[in-house]
Design a protein around this ligand. Structure first.
Ligand code: ZN
Length: 163
């Protein structure tokens, strides 16, 4: 088991759009197991590759926080989001000490590859949908603090810098 270092804001890799994984690169994704180990070690329910300094479109999620139940998505894309939204408090391993309410779609449809490049189509709702949306935000360089209004963002960053 190898643990990876989780980058923290304001590391610039976190605010960059990650690039697509090519079919050729699928052979060299052994670090995904390290991402999974790191996610559980940090008590996270999801981790995106840019958070471990790999700017590629790869996420791992485990909404039940149960080892063995993790899922890996390569080049994930949300193809449908419900109009119905929900607000809930989220945290992020890359913004230690910060939590804030974020509005997200209640249900999503996801298209992605698995580790072998096979196409996956899955649906998520409630907490699982939230986790997947949060991790896909990371692939687009979007953090929790980008999902709140300006005043709230300033307040959160003010407290973050004093940590
Ligand atoms: Zn996060």
């Amino acid at each position: 088991m190898a643990l990876l270092k989780v980058l923290e804001y304001p590391n610039p890799i976190l605010t960059k759009k990650a690039s697509l994984v090519s079919k050729n690169e699928l052979k060299s994704l052994r670090f995904v197991q390290d991402m999974i180990d790191t996610m559980y070690h940090e008590d996270g329910v999801g981790l995106a590759a840019p958070q471990v300094a790999i700017s590629k479109r790869i996420i791992v999620v485990s909404p039940d926080a149960q080892r063995g139940k993790e899922r890996i998505y390569i080049n994930p894309e949300i193809v449908e989001s419900s109009k119905e939204e929900e607000i809930a408090v989220e945290g992020c391993l890359s913004l230690p000490g910060i939590s804030c309410e974020v509005r997200r779609a209640k249900k999503i449809k996801l298209r992605s590859w698995d580790l072998n490049g096979a196409e996956l189509a899955e649906e998520f709702e409630n907490f699982s949908a939230r986790v997947v949306q949060h991790e896909i935000d990371h692939l687009n360089g979007i953090l929790l603090i980008d999902r709140v209004d300006f005043n709230r963002r300033q307040a959160l960053l003010g407290s973050y810098r004093r940590l």
